[in-house]
Design a binder for this molecule. Structure first.
Ligand SMILES: N[C@@H](CCC[C@H](N)C(=O)O)C(=O)O
Length: 279
């Protein structure tokens, strides 16, 4: 059987997009591994699946699988690619569509210049359940990691979990080592996306994210939203922030508690293809 796919990226966070609006996509671990593997398959950070709407209040369902096969309820960069794919392939003529993930409903809008603006929803700021070696301090937690490092971080749920650590310099931050140690901590039984945030001024930051289920990616849209929310709660950021990531730039806007976060950024198609499955 041949499976059609489209390779896309949003600021370098790359995806294999599957249109399952007519034929159901049944993602076995082996098939996901074939799609995500950069050496033996197509290669991507996440597989995005476009499904028919399961309820009348949305246009489509949106499933997200990390490169390790785990499923997530949110993928910001993927949402912009989702909107672009739906438009370019004539699946909807609307300029604004609503999609349901396993955890959230998102509104995706096409804007000028190939950019897409996404209503990423209202961030959830529930306090972390504190296990033995972490302690809360206002919107910050302190944690002694199993590698002996002490970190301070904020937590924000954007439909998926994020821990945000402020650093003096993103380029020299030990993103992989600290990211993995935070993910292993029992404070995060479902693991967590770990953001490293450098604040240049109230409107400009740099960010690297060690993603749950995918490792460090060139950009993480939900991570950018979480980082700006955390930075605003710490009183350090303005309502509109330009976020520099390794693969480009995103604009994040958040008016404050109870309000949705808006993310604007690029969405590009790289190529389309077919793979034989099973081979
Ligand atoms: N790259 C994403 C987030 C993808 C899911 C994440 N790794 C998780 O497991 O929650 C984005 O752009 O938001």
């Amino acid at each position: 059987m041949k499976l059609s796919f489209t390779k896309m990226h949003g600021a370098g966070n790359d995806f294999v997009v599957i249109d399952a609006t007519r034929t159901p996509f049944l993602p076995t671990p082996e098939l996901l591994a074939r799609l995500t593997d950069r050496h033996f398959g197509v290669g991507c950070d996440q597989v995005l699946v476009i499904e028919p709407a399961s309820t009348p209040d949305v246009d489509f369902d949106y499933r997200i699988y990390n490169s390790d096969g785990s499923e997530s309820g949110q993928c910001g960069n993927g949402s912009r690619c989702f909107a672009r794919f739906v438009h370019d392939n004539g699946l909807s003529g609307k300029d604004s569509i609503r999609v349901r993930t396993i955890s959230s409903v998102l509104e995706l809008r096409r804007v000028e210049g190939g950019l897409v603006r996404v209503n990423m929803g209202v961030p959830r700021l529930e306090p972390l359940e504190i296990p033995f070696n972490a302690s809360p301090r206002s919107t910050l937690y302190e944690l002694c990691l199993d590698n002996g490092t002490e970190v301070e971080f904020g937590t924000v749920n954007m439909g998926n979990p994020h821990a945000v650590i402020e650093v003096a310099d993103v380029d020299s931050a030990a993103v992989s080592e600290i990211g993995q140690a935070v993910q292993r901590n029992r404070a995060f039984p479902e693991s967590v996306n770990v953001g490293f945030l450098q604040i240049h001024d109230a409107g400009q930051v740099s960010l690297r994210v060690y993603e749950r289920g995918a490792g460090e990616t060139l950009a993480c849209g939900s991570g950018a939203c979480a980082a700006v929310v955390a930075g605003r709660l710490w009183g350090k950021l303005a309502e509109s922030v330009d976020v520099r990531v390794r693969g480009g730039a995103l604009k994040i806007e958040w008016q404050g508690e109870g309000q949705p976060v808006w993310m604007t950024g690029p969405a590009e198609t790289v190529f389309s293809g077919e793979i034989e499955w099973p081979n």
